[in-house]
Design a protein around this ligand. Structure first.
Ligand code: MTE
Ligand code: MO
Length: 160
């Protein structure tokens, strides 16, 4: 490898790290669209949940309840989650094109008896490479298919 090749490689690595660390957008049916940086998220109140990964092993995940993020964005939750708002959903998107969907009551603490989080730590450490920097963790499900990693966007929409 020549010096030029090395410089190109290092630049590419830095750029991809920057892209991965980019902020999370919260948009759609919200009164305050958000662009949350890693610093914004780390400044929010954290909760811990224990949940089993694909191999059935329990881990401690720490992060922000998705509910708190949606509340900051002004999504119709709590007493406002009734009537036509019951047909809204949250679509979460990843940099790799994977997308998963949640109904609002699943995320709302006045309905749900579990807390779905946007995790930034597993067992006290940042999420492993390729699984972060932010990953949804859904406790109490039999498989982690909705544990979307590399979250980039959360969009609230009407189903109709
Ligand atoms: N961004 C993204 N998140 C994803 C996936 C994916 O393809 N892309 N696969 C999902 C599926 S189907 C499963 S089973 C789990 C696997 O997580 P693991 O590799 O940590 O066991 O991640 C989920 N999160
Ligand atoms: Mo899966």
């Amino acid at each position: 490898m020549t010096c030029k090749h090395v410089a190109f490689f290092v630049t590419a690595m830095l750029l991809s790290a920057m892209v991965r660390a980019q902020s999370i957008s919260v948009e759609g049916e919200v009164t305050h669209p958000l662009k949350l940086s890693a610093a914004d998220i780390s400044a929010m109140k954290k909760v811990e949940v224990v949940a089993a990964d694909r191999d059935g092993k329990a881990h401690h995940y720490s992060g922000v309840p998705v509910y708190e993020i949606l509340q900051q964005a002004g999504v119709t939750l709590g007493p406002q989650l009734r009537g036509e708002n019951m047909s809204k959903y949250l679509l979460v998107k990843s940099g790799d094109g994977y997308e998963v969907l949640f109904s609002l009551p699943e995320l709302d603490s006045t309905f749900a008896n579990r807390v779905i989080i946007l995790a930034d730590k597993m067992d006290g450490n940042p999420l492993p490479a390729g699984k972060g920097p932010f990953r949804i963790v859904v406790p109490g499900e039999k498989k982690p298919a909705r544990w979307i990693w590399e979250v980039t966007t959360m969009t609230v929409r009407f189903a109709k």
